[in-house]
Design a protein around this ligand. Structure first.
Ligand code: ZN
Length: 421
């Protein structure tokens, strides 16, 4: 796969778009752009056509482009010259982030760890992660138990690790990884977290207190089918691998499939789109598994954490609407403190805030859904980086990324323990 990623910074000066553009079929796309993304040139027809064929890395789709924001997208090698010419002719400032994806695909495996099996400092294939869930549970029976909370579209078992000292009526924090298949750093973090929990319990006072007083439910990979597909076939796959009647396109965006303003905004009803919301809320077995588990444990779950990449952001509700959560002031202060803590290790800067205004509106997300179920502390983490490697974050960054993220997660955990409800 040879490809080019262009990081394009749009300067927006005026709202006149494409006056007198011919062709009614263009105007539909056009309207969408006019509402969301006023461009500073006249007839963005070709540009629109380019955009709709592109693989968006940030934001997730063309409809989520905001004025004064940057856009990362991947294009085919053979389109490079045309796209660069077009951007240049229209005086759009841009930067080629990755000029050839192929060496970058290899460069992500730069870990110096020589292990052939599971490693916390490498990206592990699903079968390795699956075996690890069994092993880490059997080696730490006093701290970890493994259960299955459902199966995926293709029949893979969705495992959940309960991490904590056995006790009755303990509060809990639910954390999941691997919603989006290509965000490999996310499952790596869930594995790292479990390792840190068992490694530091009894040695480090905070982790010891956490595991004594509460349980972590850790779901290492939600979208297992998609994750497998990123290893076997297409590293850039995002959605699930489900099929649906009436379309040859495959996959639903799990983070648009929850019953929270489902498909109202920032999501697509077209099964061929990367942000396809599914045929109904919770149409996907993976969504159902997560939602059913959380629903049946609502009395104990005090925080919901969902780990994505990339952008370096810590987001809280809402994303399906610009309305603010009722404890907005509290969530804002907590996010601010957590990202400050995170930055102490390597200086990694995170932004934070409500999803809709901090990134873009997007309905059907798990964090909004969990919040509306009554879980007052609900956060989405977008881990490293900010586009230098994007989804192809090298393995050598797993350790620093996970270590700094641990600081933020531990900060949130301490806070939640002090503010049980
Ligand atoms: Zn994601």
């Amino acid at each position: 796969m040879a490809a080019v990623t262009i990081h394009s910074a749009f300067g927006v000066q005026e709202n006149k778009i494409c006056q007198g553009c011919p062709g009614s079929h263009i105007s539909v796309i056009h309207t969408a752009l006019m509402m969301i993304h006023p461009l500073n040139y006249r007839c963005p027809i070709q540009y629109v056509l380019f955009l709709i064929q592109m693989d968006f890395w940030k934001p997730d789709s063309v409809t989520q482009i905001k004025p004064h924001s940057t856009v990362d997208f991947r294009i085919k090698a053979e389109d490079t010259i045309a796209v660069e010419d077009f951007l240049g002719q229209n005086r759009l400032r841009y930067e080629v982030l990755i000029s050839n994806l192929r060496p970058m695909l290899e460069a992500q495996f730069d870990s110096r760890v020589r292990a052939t099996g599971h490693s916390y400092e490498k990206y592990n294939q699903w079968e390795t992660i699956e075996a690890w869930t069994e092993q880490v549970a059997s080696e730490n029976p006093d701290l970890i138990s493994r259960s299955a909370i459902g199966t995926t579209f293709l029949g893979n078992t969705i495992y959940l690790l309960k991490v904590g000292k056995p006790g009755s009526d303990k509060p809990a924090i639910f954390m999941d990884c691997g919603f989006h298949a290509r965000e490999w750093i996310s499952p790596a973090f869930c594995q790292w977290f479990v390792r840190e929990a068992v490694r530091t319990y009894g040695h480090e006072i905070h982790m010891t207190e956490f595991l004594d007083k509460l349980d972590f439910y850790v779901l290492p990979v939600v979208n297992i089918d998609g994750y497998i597909y990123t290893w076997t076939t297409n590293r850039m796959w995002r959605k699930t691998r489900s099929t649906k009647a009436g379309s040859t396109c495959i996959g639903t965006d799990l983070n648009r499939n929850f019953d929270a303003g489902w498909c109202l905004i920032g999501a697509s009803t077209n099964p061929c789109d990367e942000t396809y919301c599914g045929s109904a809320a919770e149409s996907e077995k993976e969504t159902k598994a997560v939602a059913n588990f959380i629903r049946s444990h609502l009395s104990s779950i005090k925080a919901y954490l969902t780990i994505h990449s990339y952008s370096q952001m810590m987001l809280y509700p809402y994303s399906y609407d610009y309305k603010l959560p009722k404890n907005n002031v509290e969530l804002n202060a907590l996010a601010k403190a957590a990202v400050k803590e995170l930055a102490t290790l390597h200086g990694t800067a995170y932004t934070y805030g409500p999803g809709a205004s901090t990134i873009y509106p997007a309905a059907g997300g798990s964090d909004d859904w969990a919040y509306d179920q009554g879980i007052q502390y609900s956060f989405t983490f977008e881990l490293r980086d900010k586009g230098r490697y994007g989804f192809l974050l090298p393995e050598s960054q797993i350790q620093p990324t996970c270590e700094e993220t641990m600081l933020a997660i531990k900060h949130v955990t301490s806070y939640v323990l002090e503010h049980l409800y």
